[in-house]
Design a protein around this ligand. Structure first.
Ligand code: ADP
Ligand code: TRP
Length: 332
């Protein structure tokens, strides 16, 4: 029996290189070796109160981009979270065993209190139990996500184990974060600090759908500094970030060329950025072209979403049937 894999991305905009290297590239590779469920986490995105039109548009983007990146709907199950209502039922059960203190301690909740202080809703607080429900719904053991999601995986294990203990069962296995790279990946952004993230603004991100002109413009404006002041010095964060971005799209020769120029204090950041932009363009052109093609094919998108929902509900309803039995809901 193949191990089960679950992962999802919230539809809050277009996918960027961080999403790709942190998550989606693993989806594509895993689909041939595992029993995979990849979904679009539209219920999670309701915490930010999107308009119906924005919500639908973003769901469509992510579906198109999943397919454009090479997730094959014949190999893996691609579905939209809200098409599988069983997840809401499992979320309710898990919430009965999720404690205020532990939910309040989650880093993502603390971040949200800071970033949206006027909208600290119960959905934000219980975000980790909905995420746990997504994963436990298919009894997955591997979850391809970026480094920022590690704590959510830990909470998922806590909730699953707690359910198992309460109902004296071993029904839910323990899921772990997964990446084919040695360590979980963190792709830096263009603003000289921290990770690439939509919430840091469009100029911080290279989207998979960005045109060559936009990529050149964004990379040329990436934060750098006035250059090294001594030979072989440690690179400050903004410069290390540019080299880290090169590591994901450029050849080893290119990187060592610029590295030795840096060490000799002969580097010109303009040249490095030009090379980085061209290598990003080579990487993303085939994906961007597929995005453009697939965006036009609504009937294919509809077919993929319907097929995925059916397959996901099959697995979800089996889990819910068993969970109801374990909890003690019985028919007379
Ligand atoms: P964003 O920060 O742009 O809102 P999300 O939080 O929606 O992105 O992330 C979706 C998926 O992509 C998650 O699995 C997350 O771990 C991964 N991811 C996002 N940004 C990065 C990054 N800069 N490096 C690595 N993985 C990332
Ligand atoms: N929390 C994830 C993120 O912000 C999205 C997500 C929701 C998810 N449910 C999931 C990821 C289940 C993996 C498995 O990126």
């Amino acid at each position: 029996m193949k191990e089960t894999v679950v992962s999802g991305i919230r539809p809050t905009g277009k996918l960027h290189l961080g999403n790709y290297f942190g998550a989606v590239t693993n989806f594509v590779k895993m689909q041939y070796d595992y029993n995979c469920y990849f979904f679009i986490a539209d219920l999670h995105s309701l915490t930010t109160h999107p308009t119906p039109d924005d919500l639908h548009g973003y769901v469509r983007h992510v579906l198109v981009e999943y397919l454009a990146c090479g997730i094959n709907p014949e190999e893996s199950t691609i579905y939209i979270q809200s098409d599988v209502p069983e997840v809401a039922e499992l979320y309710l059960y898990l919430n009965m065993n999720a404690y205020l203190g532990e939910l309040e301690r989650s880093t993502s909740f603390k971040d949200k209190i800071r970033s949206q202080p006027d909208n600290v809703n119960a959905g934000l607080l219980t975000y980790p139990s909905l995420m746990a429900a997504d994963i436990l719904l298919h009894r997955a053991t591997k979850v391809p996500v970026g480094k920022d999601q590690e704590q959510h995986l830990e909470m998922t294990r806590t909730f699953g184990n707690r359910f198992n203990r309460l109902y004296k069962t071993d029904f839910f296995p323990e899921p772990y974060a997964f990446n084919y790279a040695q360590n979980l990946v963190k792709v830096p952004g263009l603003d000289g600090k921290g990770k690439m993230s939509k919430s840091e603004g469009d100029s911080n991100c290279i989207y998979l759908s960005d045109s060559p002109e936009i990529i050149r413009k964004k990379v040329s404006r990436a934060v750098s500094d006035s250059g090294p002041t001594s030979e072989n010095q440690t690179k400050p964060e903004a410069i290390q970030n540019l080299f880290d971005l090169m590591k994901i799209v450029s050849s080893a020769d290119t990187i060592s060329h610029f590295d030795s120029l840096y060490n000799k204090m002969e580097i010109r950041y303009g040249d490095l950025k030009k090379q980085l932009a061209e290598d990003m363009i080579i990487f993303n052109t085939p994906i961007r072209e597929r995005i453009e093609e697939l965006s036009k094919d609504t009937s294919y998108l509809r077919q993929v979403a319907r097929h995925g929902a059916l397959k996901a509900r099959e697995s979800a309803s089996e889990t819910i049937r068993e969970v109801r039995k374990l909890i003690g809901f019985k028919s007379f």
